[in-house]
Design a binder for this molecule. Structure first.
Ligand SMILES: [Zn+2]
Length: 228
C-alpha cells in the first residue's frame, strides 16, 4: 500500500512538473477527526498526511487526491476530472457515514461523559438551574475530568463551552451538596463572565461572591472540600 501510494505521488508529480526532479516523499495515513489531508515541504522533502478514511480507496481516487494535493502545493490548476472523482468518492454514502462514525467515536473519547458512577453532572446542573437560576442558564457540556486531579475542583472551559469537574468527587463518600457547590460555583462563572484583568482566569467579583453566599450548604461544602 505504502509503495503503491509512493508511486502514485511520484508519477503525479512527474505529470505536474515534468522538468523538475522528483523530491523525496514521506507519506502516511493519519487519524484526523475529519476527512482531511495535509502536504508540507520540509527541507526539500514532501511530507504527506492522508486521512486514514482514504486507506483502501480505489487507485483512481488516490490518484485524484495526489493530483489535488500536489497541484495545490505548486499552484497548478486542478484538473476538473480529478476534482470530480475525488469529491464523488468522499461524498459517497459509505464514506460520509464512516467519517461521521469516526468523528463520534473520537469525539466521545476526548469528551468524557457527564454521567459518572455516582453523580450525573447534567442532572446536577439542571436541578441547580431550576432552584437558583429560574432555569435561565443554557447548559454547557458537563464532563467529569479524565484524571483524578485534586488541584482543580472544577473549571469552566470557554473554548469547549464545558464545565469540567474533577473525577475525585464522583464517589459515594462525597455528599451531593459538595458536588452541587462545585457546579454552582462554575454556573456563577457562566452568569458573571470574567472581565479579563491581566492573566487571572478565575475572577470573583463582589456580585459573584454575594450570589455564592446564597448556596444553602456553603459552609458545609467548603469544609468538606478543604479536608480532602
Ligand atoms: Zn471561580
Amino acid at each position: 500500500m505504502r509503495d503503491r501510494l509512493l508511486h502514485i505521488f511520484q508519477e503525479t508529480y512527474g505529470e505536474l512538473s515534468p522538468r523538475s526532479p522528483t523530491p523525496e516523499f514521506t507519506i502516511e495515513f493519519f487519524a484526523f477527526t475529519n476527512i482531511n489531508h495535509t502536504i508540507r515541504l520540509r527541507q526539500g522533502k514532501l511530507l504527506v498526511r492522508l486521512s486514514d478514511l482514504l486507506e483502501g480507496a480505489p487507485e483512481p481516487v488516490l490518484r485524484a487526491l495526489a493530483h489535488i494535493l500536489l497541484a495545490k502545493m505548486y499552484r497548478k490548476p486542478i484538473a476538473p476530472a480529478h476534482a470530480t472523482r475525488y469529491r464523488r468518492y468522499v461524498s459517497s454514502h459509505e464514506i460520509t457515514r464512516k467519517a461521521h462514525l469516526v468523528r463520534q467515536m473520537r469525539g466521545r473519547k476526548r469528551i468524557a461523559s457527564a454521567k459518572g458512577h455516582t453523580y450525573d453532572l447534567e442532572a446536577v446542573f439542571d436541578d441547580l438551574n431550576t432552584r437558583f437560576f429560574h432555569g435561565l442558564l443554557a447548559r454547557p457540556r458537563m464532563t467529569w475530568s479524565r484524571d483524578h486531579a485534586r488541584n482543580s475542583l472544577g473549571h469552566y472551559d470557554p473554548a469547549h463551552n464545558a464545565i469540567v469537574v474533577s473525577r475525585v468527587f464522583d464517589h459515594p463518600h462525597v455528599p451531593r451538596y459538595a458536588v452541587e457547590y462545585i457546579v454552582y460555583h462554575e454556573m456563577l462563572h457562566l452568569k458573571h463572565p470574567v472581565k479579563l484583568r491581566g492573566s487571572r482566569r478565575c475572577v470573583h467579583s463582589a456580585e459573584f461572591q454575594a450570589e455564592e453566599k446564597l448556596f444553602p450548604h456553603l459552609d458545609k461544602a467548603r469544609q468538606f472540600l478543604k479536608q480532602l
